[in-house]
Design a protein around this ligand. Structure first.
Ligand SMILES: Cc1ncc(COP(=O)(O)O)c(C=O)c1O
Length: 417
């Protein structure tokens, strides 16, 4: 770890230290689902750069596409000009949706969320946007106004965006919600919030993650999303799904909302979309994507190198979906077999997996830190979510034997607690 600690020392000198960071991994290079640190040690990647590297590291098709694009042009900006690559990727994205859609490109998840709020307000002429407790939507002011998985993400930065509300997500961790609380949450929204707090005619949109990622891999009941869709439709409120983490095949469907048989109006994307090059997008129903000329744009959104990578991603991911579901089930089965009094629940969909650790009925944060650190020492990379959830987001291409090996190391470390 000699070289690693040197980098870490300099990092603390030159970089603001507002990150989370679970253990001292200093990466040198990566290939497929393996990571190599600066001291030459090999690791199984069960994290994929927080769900970004869906096709694994150093995918040859992505490299070739980006190299070819580099020789054409790096950047020119869709704000004032046109290029066919932007149209091709948008056409492909829209072809994967269950409705006629249009695309607006961004550079990150938070920027997609910001854009979706502007589109929703602009289209409806309404001000209010309702988000859900324990969500993570990003760290800029608009998205932060709905981010509420940890108070440190918000507490120093008020005032946040006005005309926003947070309501409960159907989550058994919510003290008001021990069992499946789908119907009580829906009636709280419909019968209290939309009657007593805000007139539905003032609400532009609901924004939510179809599965809460950073909040602890919380999978809501199907009826909840379907009920929320109904409330939205009945009141002319738009439904924004933040699929920044769940989208592009992560849950075994191209978009997670497909698992719940609902149709959003706007979808926020980023992470895996650009194959490791920053790229985000808002994809929405054509009639909703109607902000007027000059009202929204950016310099870098739809960067040609990112789009070249994305074209490969969108071509390759649909062919991986059934293996994502199967492999996800296999990993969840392995983790569920851990003989640990601290393993509360293993959950998730596809290759978005969480194993929650509790002690005396409370989040076991130290247990999480131990599992992550000891797995790291044994060459397996995972990160945390919620207060004490081991979160796995491996590349969707991870070889079965590597995934099984990685899952077994995590299982053993949970057993050792
Ligand atoms: C669901 C969700 N939305 C938004 C974001 C923010 O994305 P970014 O970090 O690219 O701004 C994240 C990041 O983890 C996320 O998981």
């Amino acid at each position: 770890m000699e070289l690693a600690y040197k980098v870490i020392e300099e990092d603390s000198k030159y970089l603001m230290q507002s990150f989370t960071r679970w253990y001292p991994l200093v990466i040198d290079h990566a290939k497929g689902s393996l990571i190599y640190d600066v001291d030459g040690k090999e690791y199984i990647d069960m994290n994929a750069g927080i769900g970004v590297m869906a096709l694994g590291h150093g995918n040859e098709k992505v490299i070739k596409a980006v190299e070819d694009q580099m020789r054409k042009f790096f950047h020119y900006s869709l704000t004032d000009f046109y290029y066919d690559l932007a149209v091709r990727v948008a056409r492909k994205l829209v072809s994967l949706l269950p409705f006629d859609g249009k695309v607006f490109y961004t550079n990150s998840g938070t920027e997609s969320v910001e854009a979706s709020i502007k589109i929703a307000r602009g289209h409806t002429g309404r001000q209010y946007v309702i988000g859900f407790l324990n969500s993570f939507h990003g760290r800029t002011f608009g998205s932060m106004s709905f981010t509420s998985s940890k108070s440190v993400q918000r507490s120093m930065f008020s005032p946040l965006l006005p005309s926003t509300l947070l309501v409960p997500y159907p989550d058994r961790h919510n003290p008001l919600c021990r069992e499946d609380c789908s119907s009580s949450v829906l009636s709280y929204i419909e019968d209290w919030i939309l009657r007593k707090v805000v007139d539905p005619n003032d609400v532009a949109a609901f924004i939510l993650e179809p599965i809460q990622g950073e909040g602890g891999v919380i999978v809501p009941p199907r009826e909840f999303l379907q009920g929320l869709e109904k409330i939205s439709r009945n009141n002319g409120i738009l439904l924004i799904m933040d699929e920044v983490q769940t989208g592009i095949g992560r849950t075994g469907k191209m978009f997670a909302f497909e698992n719940f048989n609902v149709k959003p109006d706007l979808i926020c994307l980023a992470k895996a979309l650009g194959g490791g090059i920053p790229l985000g997008a808002v994809v929405g129903r054509s009639e909703v994507m109607d902000l007027p000329k000059g009202s929204h744009a950016n310099t870098f959104g739809g960067n040609p190198l990112a789009l070249a990578a994305s074209e490969v991603v969108l071509e390759e991911i649909p062919g991986l979906l059934s293996r994502v579901s199967k492999l996800g089930e296999e990993i969840r089965d392995i983790l569920s077999l851990a003989r640990s009094p601290y393993l509360d629940e293993v959950r998730g969909m596809g290759l978005m997996i969480g194993a929650e650790l509790t002690k005396d009925g409370k989040p076991y944060e130290d247990g999480l830190a131990k599992v992550l650190n000891n797995s790291f020492k044994r060459g397996v990379l995972a990160i945390g979510a919620g207060e004490s959830v081991v979160r796995l987001l491996p590349p969707l291409t991870i070889e079965e034997d590597l995934a099984v090996k990685g899952a077994n190391v995590i299982k053993e470390e949970m057993e050792k607690l």
